[in-house]
Design a protein around this ligand. Sequence first.
Ligand SMILES: [Fe+2]
Length: 341
Amino acid sequence: MMMKKATVTALLSAFGIAALSAHAADTELNIYSARHYQTDEALYGNFTKQTGIKVNRIEAKEDELLERIRNEGANSPADIFVTVDISRLANADKMGIFAPVKSAVLEQRIPANLRTERWFSFSQRARIIVYNPELVKAEQVQTYEQLADPALKGKVCTRSGSHPYNLSLGAALIKHNGEEATAKWASGVVANFARAPKGGDTDQIKAVAAGECGVAIANSYYLARLMNSPRPADQEVVANVKAVWPNQQSWGTHINVSGAGMLKSAPNKEAAVKFLEYLASDEAQTYFANGNNEWPVVPSVKVANAALDKLGEFKADSIQIGELADTVAEAQKIYDRAGYR
Ligand SMILES: [Fe+2]
């Protein structure tokens, strides 16, 4: 309780001036971000250069930021909330924190399936399959559905089923295959585990390389990061695994996103919309996506990234992300029943 109070007070004093003064044109913008990469400095700096709007940033874990926003209520100085993953954006939206944003720029730049009325995607990552060719055959691991095939018993590794990345994938499976089939799938995957879920996606890739697992699911940028790494140990991991774009013959590879929305209580709404539009600009798209080995959402923007180039083109799932967001809670229930912890 004491901690929370101290945090709120610190925040208010940090943002006090911006929160209390109302101007015709906003001169400041307050961003709460659960996403941080080195290239973000240039990203925010260039926005200030272009608009003269000063950016104040609070970076922390997702839950902590949402807790702050909840505690601050209508007095929150936050204008923009940035985070990764569809299920996390959905959670924030369910809290009712986002305001609808109507912007011709955003509508024109961001494909319709990658935005909702209240939050927008600014980079995309694919949930891919990584396998060890010494342990499983390529044709055994071409789809998410195959990971539940008894032929892969004792071979499958994933991070926790409760992790947002896996919940968002579960939501996609429910949308495409239905609840019953997804429940069966989840039980099948659990029955195929090489070990109880632990660690992050990079740990799964390393375990596949080491032969502890035959096959794993991971976000594309984790593999791309290893591919682009100069470290010999990382290069050795890459040499021992192969990557698959799942579901190329059916509904396409599951896509997740980084995204942002404007807060209902935003004191600087004009600046907030300007910032969202800036994130969709050619320059910002490059920083935002490439900084984490992701793809831009604006189709005309191409990033130069050796690993992504090498991974090549693929068919992505084109489902509306808002629909996936609505299904995340169902995915959690199905995983719980299947014992996919
Ligand atoms: Fe991640």
